[in-house]
Write a protein that binds this ligand. Sequence first.
Ligand SMILES: Nc1nc2c(c(=O)[nH]1)N[C@H]1C(S)=C(S)[C@@H](COP(=O)(O)O)O[C@H]1N2
Ligand SMILES: [Mo]
Length: 172
Amino acid sequence: MKRLMTLVAVCAIAGALSARLVHGQPANSQDSSAGTLIVSGHVPQPLRLSLSDLRSLPRTTATAQERGRTMTYEGVLVAEVLKKAGVGDGHGHGSSLAGFVVATARDGYQVVFSMGELDPALGDSQVMVADTLDAKPLPDGTGPLRIVAPKDGHGSRGVRTLERLELMSVKH
Ligand SMILES: Nc1nc2c(c(=O)[nH]1)N[C@H]1C(S)=C(S)[C@@H](COP(=O)(O)O)O[C@H]1N2
Ligand SMILES: [Mo]
């Protein structure tokens, strides 16, 4: 009987440990790094922005039609994030328009936006890093951050689970 009790106890502990291992993986959007936006590459000031850092930047909204409904996203223009990272508008010294931003998601999905289309004085695409949809956190598996490109004719540059914005250039 005592041996049986020991066996039961060992199994219970082993079960608890393996459950911890499985549930302890920081793979989903609930872990603390999931809300961090990394801003890297050719920026004067690389950043790791938390959700509250993002909320302190100038805010903007965009509406999107999804399955016949109007959805309102809110967040920060990529142009504002770049400004926070020390990127100037660069008008007049040309080279900044050879730049492009690579947006990368947690699943590895990547898209590119050119500096010219992001610039409010040029393409003014209003591309934003959204953190709310209809005033609520983004739905599971799409956030906590995503790209919204409101003037695109299709949603394929709307990077869900956005992790990083990297400024690059066609110049070496
Ligand atoms: N992280 C991530 N975002 C993504 C994708 C993806 O595979 N991974 N697919 C894109 C494509 S091709 C489309 S059409 C839209 C679909 O977005 P929706 O499911 O929010 O309508 O998501 C875009 N964002
Ligand atoms: Mo797509």
